[in-house]
Ligand binder design. Structure first.
Ligand SMILES: N[C@@H](CCC(=O)N[C@@H](CS)C(=O)NCC(=O)O)C(=O)O
Length: 248
C-alpha cells in the first residue's frame, strides 16, 4: 500500500498551466523531499491564494511566499522558506539521505546565493517573465502589478530590449559550475548535496518556460561539453512530481 503523506507541500500554480512544475524555490523543497524519500502531498495555490492562504498557516506578517510545509508527523509544524525547510528536514529526519554532507553547510548557502543572484535574478527570470505573464490567466494584471512593485521598475525595463545580453550572461555565470562538473559527478562532489538541488531548481524555470533556451544555453553549453547534460540525467530521478506511490 502507498505510504500516507507525512508532509504537505504548498506549491505555486499558474492558472493556464496547472500541474506545471516551475517555481524554483518550491522545487528545492520538492526535490529535497524526493531525494530523502519522505512521503508528501502537494497543495497547489495560485499567486493570489499564496497571499490569502499562507499568512493563515504561518501567522506571520511580511511577504507571503511558498514553499511552506506542514509536517503531519510532528504536531503539524509549519516551516516556511526553502532554506529553513531543508535545515528542518535534515534535523528532524536524520535517518534520510543527507543534503549537507559533512561540514559543508556554509558552502551550500554561498552556492544558493550565487544561483539566486547570478542565475535566477540576473538571467532566468528575465528570459521567462513574459512567458509567465502569458500563462497567468485571470491573474495577469495582478501578477504584473505585484512584480513591478517587487522589482521597482516596469517589466519592460527589467526584461530589456536585447535577449542576447541575458544569453551571454547565462553562459558566463554557468562557467564556474561547469568546471566543477568536469571533475566531480555532482556539484557537491562525489554525492548529491543541497547545491545540486538548488542548481536543478534554478534551471527548472527555464525548462518549464523556455525549453529551447535550456537546450541551447545549458545542455549544449560549449565550454562544459556534455557535463551539464550528464549531470542533468543523474538528477532526473529526483525531479519528479510526487512519486506516484506517495499520492493520497
Ligand atoms: N527565500 C524564499 C523565497 C520564496 C519565494 O520567493 N517564493 C516565490 C515562488 S518561487 C513566491 O512565493 N512568490 C509569491 C509572490 O511573489 O507573490 C525561499 O527560499 O523559500
Amino acid at each position: 500500500m502507498a505510504p500516507s503523506p507525512q508532509i504537505v507541500l504548498y506549491d505555486l500554480k499558474l492558472v493556464d498551466a496547472p500541474g506545471l512544475i516551475w517555481s524554483p524555490n518550491t522545487c528545492k523543497t520538492r526535490y529535497a523531499l524526493n531525494y530523502k524519500g519522505i512521503p508528501y502531498k502537494t497543495v497547489w495555490l495560485t499567486y493570489p491564494e499564496v497571499h490569502s492562504e499562507i499568512p493563515k498557516l504561518t501567522k506571520k506578517d511580511g511577504r507571503p511566499t511558498v514553499p511552506v510545509i506542514v509536517d503531519l508527523l510532528h504536531d503539524s509544524t509549519v516551516v516556511q522558506d526553502s532554506w529553513e525547510i531543508v535545515k528542518y528536514l535534515e534535523e528532524v529526519y536524520p535517518d534520510t539521505p543527507k543534503l549537507f554532507n559533512t561540514n559543508s553547510i556554509g558552502a551550500h548557502l554561498f552556492f544558493q546565493d550565487y544561483c539566486t543572484q547570478k542565475l535566477l535574478f540576473a538571467v532566468v527570470f528575465r528570459l521567462v517573465l513574459s512567458n509567465m505573464i502569458d500563462l497567468a490567466g485571470e491573474h495577469k494584471e495582478w501578477f504584473i502589478k505585484t512584480r513591478e512593485a517587487f522589482l521597482g521598475m516596469s517589466i519592460k525595463e527589467f526584461i530589456g530590449d536585447d535577449p542576447t545580453v541575458h544569453a551571454k550572461a547565462l553562459t558566463q555565470n554557468l562557467e564556474p559550475i561547469g568546471k566543477i562538473l568536469k571533475t566531480y559527478p555532482y556539484i557537491s562532489g562525489q554525492q548529491i548535496g543541497w547545491s545540486d538541488i538548488v542548481f536543478t531548481s534554478s534551471l527548472r524555470m527555464l525548462v518549464a518556460f523556455r525549453p529551447d533556451s535550456f537546450g541551447a544555453l545549458v545542455l549544449d553549453d560549449k565550454k562544459a561539453g556534455k557535463q551539464f547534460q550528464e549531470w542533468w540525467n543523474r538528477m532526473d530521478k529526483y525531479m519528479q512530481l510526487e512519486p506516484p506511490c506517495y499520492s493520497v
